[in-house]
Design a protein around this ligand. Structure first.
Ligand code: PMP
Length: 373
């Protein structure tokens, strides 16, 4: 039977959780406006792209007819040296999301008696968390962030039950911006049972400048139930290639390796990541220029009297509440796409200098500034 003669309804039923999953609203491209350059500030991407050596690699003669090395030995070796950790403690994935899914697949899901494991995380936080947790068959336990956009770690610790298997700590928190402090994080880790896996998601780690910010790798060295997530999508400008990794001790990595999708990281992505690491001094320069832009934007907002949480990633959070759709529509009319979250707030990525300046101009003429929730 050819496809155009098939009945419209097959009667297939997905797992019940599939119908309950929130949709991932990926950042939209900007709507073109005549006479204005348009900019995408909706996906926390690196507007500068990868370092020149990566572009040379991508334009050169790549061999793509062979499968990649499924364990990414070259990249793990380079990362092991870069981070001063054993290469065996690193497990790669298709983006840090791929690495996150390995953690869930290995440690949290539905038990044989049908009860779901619990996964605790702050909310609002990274939009993919509820989707990944739901797909794994586990149950999300979302603990509201405080009015200043920080994790409420005591409330998260109090939410741990016998069914808690995994906790995500997102630092800096996407989309609100603040990073976790070292002392509060250690206190939290110590207060949680050691059989709970604590994931420190550091997707934006390279952009952090807060003096007391936690260093996930230092936590991994001290606590065997800590897994650190990092990515090449942000600082390295390789979001389109999909390569990230986790770092944890051997007690955890043995299970993460079992849960990894074979060949998840393409050979192109692996080589690009190795080249980018080899040119890390240039990555640092690019990150520094974005941090300076971020600080220019946050200083500009502060000068307008806008109350914005401490921005430690490559984005700022505007707690606009019910004005969220209106602000996003104004940005659209100025050829800037931003990320609007319902009637909660707007996340604006740090982009090209011209884009950031235009964003500040829009804010200067907007009369309903964000407030603390
Ligand atoms: N963690 C956080 C906090 C993020 O914001 C993102 C991307 N937006 C990711 C993980 C996933 O990034 P990737 O899969 O591209 O590494």
């Amino acid at each position: 039977m050819t496809s155009n003669t098939q009945p419209l309804h097959t009667g297939v039923h997905p797992r019940s959780v599939v119908g309950r999953l929130p949709k991932y609203a990926a950042g939209k491209p900007p709507v073109p406006v005549p006479g204005l350059a348009s900019f995408k500030l909706s996906s926390n991407e690196n507007p500068l792209g990868p370092v020149p050596a990566v572009l040379e690699l991508l334009h050169g003669g790549l061999e793509v007819h062979r499968y990649p090395d499924t364990s990414c030995t070259a990249l793990r070796t380079a990362l092991g040296e870069f981070l001063s950790v054993p290469a065996e403690d690193i497990v790669t994935g298709a983006g840090s999301l791929g690495a996150l899914n390995q953690i869930l697949a290995a440690f949290a899901g539905q038990n044989d008696d049908g009860t779901p494991d619990e996964v605790i995380y702050a909310w609002r936080s990274f939009e993919a968390y509820p989707i990944c947790v739901g797909l794994a068959g586990a149950q999300s336990v979302q603990i509201p962030v405080r009015a200043d956009g920080t994790h409420d770690l005591p409330a998260m610790a109090a939410a741990v039950t016998d069914r808690t298997k995994v906790v995500f700590l997102c630092t800096p928190n996407n989309p609100t911006g603040p990073a976790l402090g070292t002392e509060e994080t250690e206190e939290f880790i110590r207060s949680v049972r050691s059989d709970v896996v604590i994931v420190i998601d550091e997707a934006y780690q390279e952009f952090v400048r807060a003096a007391d910010a936690v260093d996930g790798i230092a936590m991994y060295r001290k606590y065997p139930n800590v897994v650190v997530l990092r990515t090449f999508s942000k600082a390295h400008g390789l979001a389109g290639l999909r390569v990230g990794y986790s770092v944890s001790g051997p007690e955890l990595t043995q299970y993460l390796r079992s849960a990894a999708t074979p060949f998840a990281v393409s050979s192109v992505a692996e080589q690009a990541a190795v080249v980018s690491l080899a040119n890390y001094d240039q990555v640092v320069e690019r990150v520094q220029s974005l941090v300076e832009e971020r600080d220019r934007v946050t200083a500009g907002l502060a000068a307008l009297g806008w109350d914005v949480p401490d921005a430690q990633g490559n984005f700022v959070w505007l707690n606009l509440g019910s004005d969220t759709p209106e602000f996003a529509a104004i940005a659209d009319r100025h050829a800037l796409s931003v990320r609007a979250f319902g009637e909660e707030g707007v996340r604006v990525s740090i982009g090209e200098v011209e884009a950031n300046t235009r964003f500040l101009e829009i804010c200067a003429s907007y009369t309903k500034p964000p407030r603390r929730s």
